[in-house]
Design a protein around this ligand. Structure first.
Ligand code: NAP
Length: 493
């Protein structure tokens, strides 16, 4: 791939922990042919110091590498305040020089790894100061959050679209870089045994959990304005719902896949007013024990209001009112300081019409298809089979495929895949504006209600799986959350 990559926010956490190591891995795999990187941030730094910081970040992430000097020699640094109009001309001059030196054919990727309030102004400057005036391609990669609600997202989109067409905008949702999230489509559409069952005739409910053990750490200031609903549900969780629920695309092209996902968003049952608390539960962690250590309540974290109404947990029942999914709840939950770090999807199939067998005094378990997203990657199919030596007894058996067991070393990092996709011009695994807009419209109805009423927080202990109300959300429908740790690949015999 041939490209000049400009990283705005090149001294920040994301650039160091994710972007530099991912670029290195692309380099190592021979996927960067002609490339150069300009890092932009305010602090002053020489090119040598910047290159050293790039090498340090690769060393920290991947260990020692022989060709690090060669890799880092393509990195340049410009001290530049993105709010200062005068420095863009200088940046453009540097970009032209580097483009010529490395013969980058006028291809430019602008990666905005900065606080979201800068996204719009940078895009406007890139156009007005001529940085987007190139003979090759120009692409804008933009981090989350994309707006704070539908209105602010529309405003941001308007600013971006003055400089870039929709096809040139790559809105990152790093969940779409995860191997097993990308595998959802393949599991569904490449297996004759699943697709005929993938509907309301055979599936009773689908559960998506993304739980973290970490608290808010030092991100209190940002998190206070966001909360779990905006930080996790509006983007990552809703993207997983769309991939699980979409119709098969007629072709595997970006437009076809995105338009099927958009149709799911259009079918979401909007919940408003009093209904919100029937369909959604919010929570905030209190103090508790994590790995034998006591941890503070959210309200006692740094830069968090002592009376904070911000949710660190959200669970919900999402209904998709279309022919395929009518009546099937998609239960989603995500939170911080939960008992386990796990992202999993459980597809629970309906019970068989008549139970002929018993599993030692219990009814048979329903069939489950578990998709393990992280930390382990794989699939487990839960079936029932005859218990060895028994008469009419059945027992649960699990067929497992663990991705990590096969080629752990080669599982590419999400950001590596997303950067490569962007260089190839493949926007399939980035979110289209329509997806963002529908998702905000859905979420805004929930936040309107929650922001208008004070919650009784904290309502779950750190180290638990969330508030009791999240259990009741399923119980009232006759279901329960499948315990995420029992479903781990390692626990499958
Ligand atoms: P960060 O560590 O705070 O880095 C911010 C960067 O912006 C620094 O390089 C900073 O450098 C630069 N900067 C700030 N003000 C500037 C200005 N006026 N002009 C030029 N540069 C300026 O933030 P981050 O954690 O990397 O996050 C960046 C973006 O990625 C955010 O939108 C975040 O939501 C998103 N994100 C981050 C992660 C993650 O793991 N970190 C994950 C998902 C999404 P100077 O101080 O030197 O200017």
């Amino acid at each position: 791939m041939t490209s000049l990559i400009m990283i705005f926010g090149a001294t920040g956490d994301l650039a160091h922990r994710k972007l530099f190591p991912s670029l290195y891995r692309l380099f190592e795999r021979g996927r960067l042919n002609k490339y150069a990187v300009i890092g932009v941030a305010r602090r002053s730094m020489s090119n040598d110091d910047f290159q050293q910081s790039v090498k340090d970040s690769v060393l920290a992430a991947l260990g020692n590498k022989d060709n690090l000097d060669e890799f880092a020699s393509h990195f340049y640094y410009q001290s530049h305040d993105v709010a200062d109009s005068s420095s863009y001309a200088e940046l453009n001059k540097l970009a032209h020089e580097i483009d010529e030196n490395y013969q980058l054919e006028g291809n430019r990727i602008f990666y905005l790894a900065m606080a979201p309030e800068f996204f719009g102004p940078i895009a406007l400057h890139l156009k007005s100061d001529g940085l987007t005036n190139v003979k090759g391609y120009k692409r804008l990669v933009i981090e989350k959050p994309f707006g704070h609600d539908l209105e602010s997202a529309k405003e941001l989109n308007k600013q971006i679209r003055t400089a870039f067409s929709e096809e040139e905008v790559y809105r990152i949702d790093h969940y779409l870089g995860k191997e097993m999230v990308r595998n959802i489509e393949v599991i569904r559409f490449a297996n004759a045994i699943f697709e005929p069952l993938w509907n309301n005739r055979y599936i009773s409910n689908i559960q998506i959990t993304s739980s973290e053990t970490l608290g808010v750490e030092e991100r209190g200031r940002y998190y206070e304005t966001s909360g779990a609903l905006r930080d996790m549900l509006q983007n990552h969780m809703m993207q997983m719902v769309a991939l699980l629920a979409m119709e098969p695309p007629i072709k595997l092209t970006t437009d076809e896949i995105r338009s099927e996902k958009v149709r799911v968003f259009r079918s979401l049952r909007t919940v408003v007013g009093d209904e919100v608390n029937d369909y959604f539960v919010r929570g905030q962690y209190g103090e508790g024990m994590m790995a034998d250590k006591s941890v503070p309540a959210y309200r006692d974290e740094q830069m968090v209001d002592k009376e904070s109404n911000t949710e660190t947990f959200v669970a919900g029942k999402v209904m998709i009112d279309n022919f395929r999914w009518a009546g099937v709840p998609f239960y989603i939950r995500t939170g911080k300081r939960m008992a386990a770090k796990s992202t999993k999807i459980v597809v629970q199939f309906k019970d068989i019409p008549m139970n002929l067998y018993y599993q030692t005094e219990k009814m048979l378990n329903p069939n489950l298809l578990v998709i393990h997203i992280q930390p382990e990657e794989g699939i487990t199919l839960h079936l029932n089979a005859k218990k060895a030596g028994g008469h009419l007894d059945a027992q649960e058996v699990k067929l497992s495929f663990a991705n990590t067991g096969i080629n752990a070393m080669n599982t590419p990092e999400g950001y590596e895949k997303l950067l490569y996709d962007c260089m190839r011009g493949d926007a399939t695994n980035f979110t289209h504006w329509d997806e963002v807009a529908y998702s905000w419209a859905f979420v805004d109805k929930i936040s309107e209600v929650w922001e208008g009423t004070k919650a009784e927080f904290p309502n779950y202990a750190s180290g638990s799986m969330g508030p009791q109300a999240a259990e009741e959300l399923l119980e009232k429908d006759g279901f329960f959350w499948w315990p995420v740790t029992d479903l781990d690949v390692d626990n499958c015999k």
